[in-house]
Write a protein that binds this ligand. Structure first.
Ligand code: SAH
Length: 273
């Protein structure tokens, strides 16, 4: 859109200069010259804009205020309106800066009603799914929670708003390291580990709640064993690459009760099991 407009303007200017004889070539030479000048001034203008918009305190605060507004809208329109009622979960979703967990190229979509790529073929889950799974975990302050599939660290931050004992395992090392750095940078005290979450975190078991954010094709027995009596496991189970069923599994002594929470789509659990 811009270049045809510049070209037309340059050609007009050249036409107004009223050259006689050989005008055609002259006009075009002048037009090209003007075009180059305009392009150059656009570049200078751009670099000036970039420099003056380097974040100072107030513009940073302004940006955060905008994110806060969009986040509150997300909570109302995507989460509360779909039936999430747990106050702790709603407050956590309103507080955690989701935009700090998405790659820079997706910043403008950080609060969209869908998952986003985070690299290595993985995704940060849709906000509503994060809220729904967290609500089913029924975490009370001080309870010990394990997450399988740290990814961006966003879900771990939500958990950390509800209890100060959060453990999370990621199998893709660079993702796990980056999530640990993001969480630390935001002041969250989350215990991060690189490894295969299928086997849980034996040394820290038992857990009051376990959330699995990647989908195995069966319920990992080590996770069931690491649940406390009365503990809750929320896990998508199904064929890799298709839709899965989200399950709430509550442990009661040596028995467990499973509730089907509906269809979901998660990335597959990696590893040989
Ligand atoms: N909870 C994440 C989203 C996770 S996407 C967030 O809030 O951003 C699922 C993650 O599970 C991916 O990062 C993937 O690498 C990880 N994953 C897959 N298989 C795993 C396994 N066996 N153990 C631990 N993490 C696994």
């Amino acid at each position: 859109m811009l270049f045809p407009a510049i070209w037309a303007e340059a050609a007009n200017v050249a036409r107004r200069l009223e050259y006689k004889g050989g005008e055609f070539i002259m006009r075009h030479l002048i037009a090209v010259g003007l075009l180059l000048l305009l392009a150059l001034s656009a570049c200078v203008q751009h670099s000036v804009t970039t420099i003056t918009s380097t974040p100072d305190r107030s513009s940073e605060n302004e940006a955060e205020a905008v994110y806060t507004e969009v986040r509150n809208k997300m909570v109302e329109e995507q989460i509360r309106s779909r039936g999430i009622t747990d106050t702790g979960v709603l407050l956590a979703m309103a507080k955690v800066p989701r935009h700090r967990f998405v790659p820079a190229e997706y910043l403008s979509e950080a609060y969209g009603d869908y998952p986003l790529p985070i690299g290595y073929g993985q995704t940060i889950s849709q906000p509503y799914i994060v809220a729904l799974m967290t609500q089913y975990l029924e975490i009370r302050p001080g309870e010990k929670v394990l997450e399988i599939g740290t990814g961006s660290g966003y879900q771990a931050a939500i958990l950390a708003e509800l209890t100060d004992r959060v453990y999370t395992i990621e199998i893709v090392e660079p993702l796990g390291q980056q999530a640990a750095a993001t969480l630390k940078g935001l002041g969250y005290n989350v215990n991060c580990k690189i490894g295969d979450g299928y086997y849980g975190w034996e040394g820290k078991a038992p857990f009051d709640a376990i959330i699995v954010t990647c989908a195995p094709d069966h319920v990992p027995q080590p996770l069931l064993k690491q649940l406390k009596d009365g503990g809750r496991l929320v896990i998508p189970v199904g064929v890799p690459g298709y839709y899965q069923t989200l399950w709430l599994i509550e442990r009661k002594g040596e028995q467990s009760r499973s509730t089907n929470l509906g269809g979901v789509a998660f990335v597959p659990m990696l590893g040989e099991h």
